[in-house]
Design a protein around this ligand. Structure first.
Ligand SMILES: [Zn+2]
Ligand SMILES: [Zn+2]
Length: 731
């Protein structure tokens, strides 16, 4: 159940004058101080640096009272702080702080040390200050300059937020409230709808996936408190307050409270409010049943996307989601986020290094669910794809359709096979949507125009500090691990990987980076399909023996072997190459194998005829996609009366709800391995001794006791990988 947030109409009407009110209050304040000097009345108090009196406004207005300036500034430390903020802003405007280090120095000296602020706090001070100046100078000649200052401050905060400062939430919320005032000044009609959209763009462009409604409830409250004395609205705020008190008094547990909130206001608003208003109990939220939360989140995801789509690329506020020239991370650092989450299906990781946002893989559902969303697109610099499986590449069609214009990198085989995978996606899409289909061959050519092929082990420099380099991953033809270097430190994404030997000449065996590179690797993201599974995985040589034996055992000919087109098909063909069987290969499996396998003997025949025209005695073995008989030629053979009772040998993962699942207990199954078995996984992970380790691509949430020093990342968090420093050597 979802509910939309409606703001009380008086917020609309009254907040339109919010900025004017701020200015008026600042004026009154100056008046009062000036009067009290002559009458001896007690001085008025100043609330906070960004409260109703807006000290930066006061400071700016004091320009017209030079004689009383020092005296008034002396009234409160808030005003002195406002003076420091304004000084830094003017220095920025005049170009006196030419690079980030100079700005940081000034912040440290003038704001952080005297007022015991952290860097984020100081940057936000700056932003509020710029905002207040903007309010003051609205409609005057200085407006444009103030506008620029505001954007500048916003871009600094943006860089800060983008290096994984999840503790910035509080400030981001407050900033939004102030941005609302600005929006009021700029465009007094339609305030809330524009602010709602503005904030969703902001949050997304900051790489934070906050449910926007929560922000706006807070925004409204903030406006009420700071700007106007408005009556408490019909917002669910009171309910939340009540629940919170009960949680704190241990009358109920947070999961119950969260459930009540979810039922009352919908999942997204509930989780937004939880983050905004319950920061002290928010850590408990992560202990909430994950499956349930994920499910609820999926239900809300569509709406998020609708907002982003409506927006286009430009922010009316002019907040920078254009690429910044400033680095996103400090030298040697990486920031990771996981829009694709930790499950198998839509792998996608964003790795920030220096000035680059690198999207590693883009599985179909990562885009489908709106997780790699529009404003992010603007910010992506590079896409690196590990291999051509749908769950790793399927989403890039959507990225290019929405206007991503950068390059994507992969091995040559991934380019070849990726084209085939995407062709198949387009075909399926057309079958599903007919004339409504939005993917077509023109789009595919756009995507392929942007492909850059990289050889294993060859480093591609993105600039002087950042480079990317693929290593063989042993998973399927063309598959790679990606190593990203930032200055002296490295990060590795395993892609899907397999340590065991493959039968097909098309798949290169896994290779590790050099020891020197491994020693400077500060983080890895590793797939964990079988990492926590006790099952014994055959190696592919054993699987070959078993497959041949099973085929021989089947009295009837032909035998149908359904396969996954990429990986399994090449292994099965290699396993049967040179045997006594006449093997026909069909559909996408044939197109892919023909494209990459070079060493197959003549008994393997790629047959382009329609499956309906194949006669039972044409072949001994039919190798055909799809792997679970749910589509493609394997399904056609299986359902064709001519082939009634055809013996089937299953070879891959069996998905629930497919014909293969129903068949599973009655027919033989030979399991080839394409992913590292548990012990191999351990071996891989333990190679990278100094790295922080994340595991994704998991079939289910693993038992925490088995994680053994690896983290399962949260979709909504960003993780900062700090550089290694040389350990001091003692002699
Ligand atoms: Zn995968
Ligand atoms: Zn894969």
């Amino acid at each position: 159940m979802m509910s939309t947030v409606s703001f009380p109409t008086e917020v609309n009407e009254k907040s339109a004058q919010g900025g004017a009110l701020l200015i008026q209050r600042a004026r009154d304040f100056i008046e009062k101080v000036l009067q009290s000097g002559s009458t001896g009345e007690p001085l008025p108090t100043v609330a906070t640096s960004k409260g109703p009196f807006s000290p930066v406004l006061v400071y700016e207005m004091l320009a017209s009272h030079p004689e009383s300036r020092q005296a008034i500034l002396g009234v409160s430390p808030h005003l002195q702080r406002a003076a420091s903020i304004a000084e830094i802003l003017y220095a920025l405007r005049d170009g006196d702080l030419p690079h980030p280090a100079a700005l940081r120095g000034a912040l440290k000296q003038k704001l952080m040390s005297p007022y015991r602020l952290d860097e984020a706090g100081a940057f936000f001070d700056l932003l509020y200050g710029a905002l207040q100046l903007m309010v003051l100078h609205q409609g005057t000649e200085a407006a444009l300059q103030c506008d620029e200052l505001f954007q500048l401050a916003a871009s600094y905060i943006y860089s800060l937020a983008s290096i994984g400062r999840s503790d910035l939430w509080y400030q981001v919320e407050h900033f939004l409230a102030h941005a609302a005032i600005y929006a009021t000044m700029k465009n007094s009609s339609d305030l809330w709808s524009s602010v709602v959209e503005e904030a969703s763009v902001l949050i997304e462009s900051w790489g934070m996936s906050a449910p926007p409604e929560g922000v706006f409830v807070h925004c409204a409250l903030n406006l009420e408190m700071n700007c106007r004395q408005m009556p408490t609205s019909d917002l669910p705020y009171d309910l939340i307050k009540l629940l919170r008190t009960r949680v704190r008094n241990r009358r109920i547990i947070i999961t119950e409270a969260f459930e009540v909130m979810t039922l009352t206001v919908g999942w997204r608003l509930a989780s937004g409010l939880l983050r905004v208003l319950w920061t002290d109990v928010v850590h408990e939220y992560s202990n909430y049943e994950r499956g349930r939360v994920t499910k609820l989140h999926e239900e809300g995801a569509g709406e998020d996307w609708a907002i982003a789509k409506k927006r286009g690329y430009c922010s009316g506020l002019g907040i920078p989601y254009v690429k910044t020239a400033r680095p996103l991370t400090l030298a040697n650092e990486f920031a990771l986020s996981f829009p694709g989450g930790w499950t198998i299906g839509g792998t996608s990781i964003i790795c920030k290094a220096g000035k680059f946002r690198i999207l590693l893989d883009c599985g179909a559902t990562a885009v489908g669910a709106g997780r790699v969303s529009e404003p992010d697109l603007e910010l992506l610099d590079v896409i690196a794809i590990s291999h051509a499986h749908q769950d790793h590449i399927g989403g890039i069609l959507e990225l290019y359709r929405r206007g991503y214009a950068g390059n994507w990198y992969g091995t040559r085989q991934t380019g070849i096979l990726g084209r085939l995978t995407l062709q198949d996606t387009i075909k399926l899409h057309r079958t599903l949507y007919g004339s409504e289909a939005i993917y077509d061959d023109v789009l595919l050519e756009t995507v392929m125009d942007r492909f850059i092929s990289v050889d294993y082990g060859i480093e591609i420099d993105l600039d002087e500090e950042v480079s990317i380099k693929p290593f063989p991953a042993g998973h399927v033809p063309g598959s790679c691990q990606w190593q990203i270097r930032h200055c002296e430190n490295r990060f590795v994404f395993s892609g899907d990987f397999n340590l065991r030997a493959n039968l097909s000449d098309a798949t290169r065996a896994l290779e590790y980076p050099s020891q020197e590179e491994i020693d400077s690797t500060i983080g890895i993201v590793v797939e964990g399909t079988y990492a926590f599974s006790p099952e014994r995985i055959l190696d592919n040589f054993e699987a070959r023996e078993s497959l041949i034996e099973q085929i021989r055992k089947c009295g009837n000919r032909p035998v149908l072997v359904p396969v996954l087109s990429l990986g399994r098909a090449q292994e099965v063909c290699a396993a049967l190459s040179g045997t006594e069987f006449r093997v026909g290969v069909f559909g996408l499996a044939a197109r892919m194998t023909r494209a990459v396998s070079r060493l197959l003997s003549n008994n393997i025949v790629f047959d382009d005829r329609p499956p309906a025209s194949i006669k039972p005695d044409d072949f001994d073995v039919l190798v055909a996609s799809s792997g679970c008989l749910q589509g493609g030629p394997s399904k056609l053979f299986f359902e064709n009366p001519q082939f009634k009772g055809v013996p089937v040998i299953l070879t891959g993962h069996i998905f629930p709800g497919t014909p293969a699942k129903a068949l599973m207990d009655r027919v033989p199954r030979v399991r080839f391995s394409a992913h590292a078995a548990a012990e191999d996984w351990q071996a891989y992970v333990s190679k990278f001794q100094r790295a922080r380790k994340f595991v994704i691509h998991l079939p289910s949430w693993p038992n925490p006791s088995k994680l053994n020093g690896t983290d399962v990342p949260h979709r909504h968090s960003e993780y900062l990988l700090k550089p290694l420093f040389e350990e001091a050597t003692l002699s």
